[in-house]
Write a protein that binds this ligand. Sequence first.
Ligand code: SIN
Length: 286
Amino acid sequence: MQITAVEGLGAEITGVDIKSLSDADFAAIQDAFAEHGVIFFRDQDTIETDHIAFAERFGEINVNRFFAAHPDYPQIALVAKEPDQKDNIGGGWHTDHSYDHEPALGSVLVARELPESGGDTMFASMYKAYESLPEDLKDKIEGLSAIHSGKHIFGEGPDSYYKTSDAGEHDEGTGRIGNADVAATLVDPEHPIVITHPLSGKKALYVNPAFTREVVGMDKAESDELLSDLYTHVFTGHDFHHRFKWEPGSIAMWDNRSTWHWALNDYQGQRRIMHRITIEGCPIGA
Ligand code: SIN
């Protein structure tokens, strides 16, 4: 097995079959995941039960409350876009599950049907984002925390951007994402803006444009300005971005505590079907 760091962030793992990993190989994969934030595999010949078995080696599966599920395997969330749908799922920088009190460890995404071109996924390192912040911004966020929520995304309302096309129109009746009843029961958590990663012990920036709502102890204008400064730093930090091009048999597994991702929506009129399994996380702290 070989683990090779790729440009920006992440590592490609070659010479393995995820269906038959020895304990030693699996331990090395876990270490690579903690260190690099996202790991990539190519040419994996898997069916749904292989995907589930691989994910379960990392921990308990989170059965998604908001995504449509695979008809036979509720553990698998469908990240799907049909040719007649304009919007995609995850079409903006975000990290999954920051709206939970114990954010998910990560997600394993398997390509099942790809467009002829387009549909790459962007990743950004929140370790490197934190390390490269200007010192004055690092000082400013020291000890601060922020409120995160999924209500505006998964419930109903004008900000429910997952359901809205680029043209601002809803893709009616897609049923792909959202559940207003469950969204209404979410209790919004407060997380430190800089966390100490539970696996690597490294510091990571932990805010994101989809789910972070406000900085605790600031008025709205001050909070919006600070979050905007942090987001601009990540948006423009091209040296800690990686653009992953999917091929049949590709798998990406990202850490939700140390990375952001963004599914590019540049394949209108084509189908893209991905299977995602998310793994439960643990408490996070400063
Ligand atoms: C997601 O945000 O989970 C989807 C990523 C992708 O489809 O590339």
